[in-house]
Design a protein around this ligand. Structure first.
Ligand code: FMN
Length: 223
């Protein structure tokens, strides 16, 4: 049997446009890494941004100026990392995928036709409905189902725009926990409970993470 080579697989890298932290990874750094990835034979680059301290990839507190601005075009209002594409395009020739915020088919089409994006990435919509890509491509839906605004642990002072950063983080983790719980349900072949409260999801996610962390600690160390 012939041995598999890297030509048999698509190898892509998800790359932050920036991590939005002082002294952190900048767009210029990202361009340099993108060039390295192209030279190393990467087939395409997926552009996203943020990290678990600054989760811009899920725009949890609606702080992102692009996402907040209503005068922008549909695609700019939805997709948070589109502005970085021209800069990346100048640096690399491999296909570029953009992930983060796409909810309407119109915005996805505009990003491909007007911004030269090659691939559209969907995260949370795929968790809510794993068949969403088929539905988009067959023209059955104009908009993906989303829970972006509903997944809050509280409102006002307790909500995602709270002046208290701990409470903002709690909301972000409530939303992430909700999605994680759904991923686990799908993996177990169960129907996800779309009515699960973000607070209960947070508690359950916390229990799962604690269990996993303890199991890792118990794992015998390799000699
Ligand atoms: C539950 C959950 C887990 C995620 N885990 C990762 C991860 O491990 N690595 C990563 O690069 N992005 C991760 N993301 C970010 C997504 O891949 C995606 O960039 C983000 O959700 C924005 O796309 P969307 O608006 O289509 O959801 C995660 C998102 C969610 C909701």
């Amino acid at each position: 049997m012939r041995e598999a080579t890297s030509d048999d697989f698509i190898v892509a890298a998800k790359l932050n446009s920036a991590d939005f932290q002082r002294g952190g990874f900048s767009e210029d750094d990202s361009v340099i890494v993108a060039k390295w990835l192209q030279e190393a034979g990467c087939d395409f680059i997926e552009v996203s941004g943020g990290n678990y301290e600054q989760p811009r990839m899920i725009d949890f507190d609606r702080k992102d100026p692009l996402a907040a601005s209503k005068r922008e075009s549909t695609r700019r209002r939805e997709a948070y990392f589109l502005d970085f594409v021209p800069k990346l395009r100048q640096a690399v020739s491999i296909p570029v995928m953009v992930t983060g915020g796409f909810r309407s088919v119109a915005a996805m089409v505009e990003a491909i036709e007007l911004d030269g994006v090659d691939l559209i990435g969907l995260g949370r919509p795929m968790i809510i409905d794993p068949d969403v890509a088929t539905k988009i491509l067959s023209g059955r839906i104009e908009r993906v189902e989303s829970r972006d605004d509903d997944l809050v642990v509280g409102t006002g002072l307790l909500g995602p725009r709270s002046p208290i950063s701990y409470l903002r983080d709690l909301n972000a983790w409530g939303a992430l926990g909700w999605y994680y719980e759904h991923i686990y349900s799908i993996a177990d072949g169960k129907k996800p409970d779309l009515n699960l409260s973000p607070f209960r999801a947070l508690l359950s996610y916390d229990r799962t993470e604690t269990r996993t962390a303890k199991a890792v600690i118990r794992e015998p160390k390799p000699h």
